[in-house]
Design a protein around this ligand. Structure first.
Ligand code: SF4
Length: 214
């Protein structure tokens, strides 16, 4: 794990991320808050591209909890069976849709606790939804952010909660909103797991990773 980078290095890193991509976007397709919750819940242990392929047809016929309930567990299973853990995920989609209809009038609640109480929705999913739909500076730490944060020193931590706290504590407030997507995209496409592309990395001079590639 790298040492926590200082304020000026972090400000410079995010200034560069911002210059390269002013409005970074997530890659999960959705048409409203409900379909975003479902898409993020489906994305556990699956790629965004794989989830998008499955939800393309699903969201055409079921873009509200009421329509999802009408489709039923078997119908959902049929649409998502190319995604890992699909049986369990289909169960959770139906269960969470039932709760949204019964307890929230069919709307998606926007507190972390209420979101996390939904079946199949953990802290990471709740934070993604708060960030992407409500533009709240919530920091969802996935495998890409965890790796990048620990290699570079942007937000080192021994577990995801420690990394989440390091992001909240160390990234200047004007970069908090988009920090999630800048780091996910950098981790997914440049600071990749096996052989990071350090030679093409725009923060190479500031990153503390000791085994940089050429
Ligand atoms: S220099 Fe290499 S290790 Fe550091 S952030 Fe860039 S790609 Fe990752």
């Amino acid at each position: 794990m790298a040492k926590q980078l200082d304020y000026h290095s972090i400000r410079e890193i995010f200034t560069r991320f911002q210059a390269a991509e002013a409005e970074p976007k997530g890659e999960l397709d959705h048409v409203n808050a409900y379909t975003l919750v479902v898409a993020v819940a489906l994305s556990a242990q699956a790629t965004d591209a794989g989830v998008n392929k499955a939800t393309r047809g699903l969201f055409k016929i079921a873009d509200t909890p009421e329509k999802m309930l009408a489709l039923g567990e078997e119908g959902v299973t049929e649409h998502i069976k190319t995604i890992g853990l699909y049986r369990n995920k289909a169960k959770n989609v139906i269960k969470l849709s039932r709760i949204l209809v019964d307890d929230y009038g069919g709307e998606v609640p926007n507190s972390r606790a209420a979101l996390e109480s939904l079946p199949g929705v953990g802290r990471k999913t709740a934070n993604v939804v708060l960030n992407m739909w409500w533009h709240y500076p919530a920091q969802a730490v996935d495998t890409h952010i965890f790796r990048l944060g620990n290699r570079s020193g942007i937000c080192p931590g021994k577990d995801v909660v420690a990394v989440e706290r390091a992001i909240e504590d160390h990234i200047p407030v004007d970069f908090q909103q988009h920090a999630h997507h800048w780091m996910i995209l950098h981790g997914r496409y440049t600071c990749v797991a096996r052989k990071p592309k350090c030679g093409a990395c725009l923060i190479r001079d500031l990153c503390q990773f000791e085994d940089k590639t050429e």
